[in-house]
Ligand binder design. Structure first.
Ligand code: DLZ
Length: 155
């Protein structure tokens, strides 16, 4: 199989019921990022996380995910952070700048905080590609981000 498990219940060697997770969600393309959030939460709950241990933080756009993730990860009680955004290509190079900035930014937050900070950002050429990955024919990448967080908590 290429890539990590995409859905369902996964085997965890650590107890997830005491783990705390912050999910940072970009408001831009809210229809998509809201669906990613729902997928992530559903996946965390079905894998043993407690509802009260899942905290949602919103930021205006994907560019702001980096700082939002840093703030969230600085909380000593938070074990992992999931960043959810959706950048859709437009007519200008703005798309490239945002995608690059957020990818590098989230990498830096991982290294700076030494906590898993998951890149759950769709970078698509159009809205349909995003819908396909937010509960459509290509699954829900929010759910995949949650499973990635669980994988890292098992390191
Ligand atoms: C400005 C902008 C544009 C054009 N497109 C998107 C997008 O597709 N997805 C997204 O999450 N955010 C977008 N933004 C907003 C930027 O992420 C950021 O909020 C602003 O540039 C202000 O820093």
């Amino acid at each position: 199989m290429a890539g990590p498990l995409k859905s369902g219940k996964v085997k965890s060697n650590v107890s997830l019921k005491k783990k705390r997770i912050a999910i940072v969600v970009a408001d831009w393309n809210e229809e998509i990022t809201g669906a990613l959030y729902d997928g992530a939460v559903q996946s965390l709950l079905s894998n043993g996380f407690k509802k009260e241990h899942i905290v949602r933080k919103n930021v205006p756009g994907s560019f702001e995910l980096t700082l939002g993730a840093l703030w969230a990860a600085e909380d000593k009680k938070v074990d992992a952070v999931i960043c959810l955004g959706c950048v859709i290509q437009g007519d200008t190079p703005h798309f490239d700048y945002i995608c690059q900035a957020v990818a590098y930014g989230i990498t830096e937050v991982n290294l700076k905080t030494k906590k898993p900070v998951i890149f759950g950002v769709l970078t698509t050429l159009n809205k349909q590609q995003a819908l396909d990955r937010a509960g459509g024919k290509h699954g829900n990448k929010g759910e995949e981000a949650a499973l990635t967080a669980i994988g890292m908590l098992n390191f």
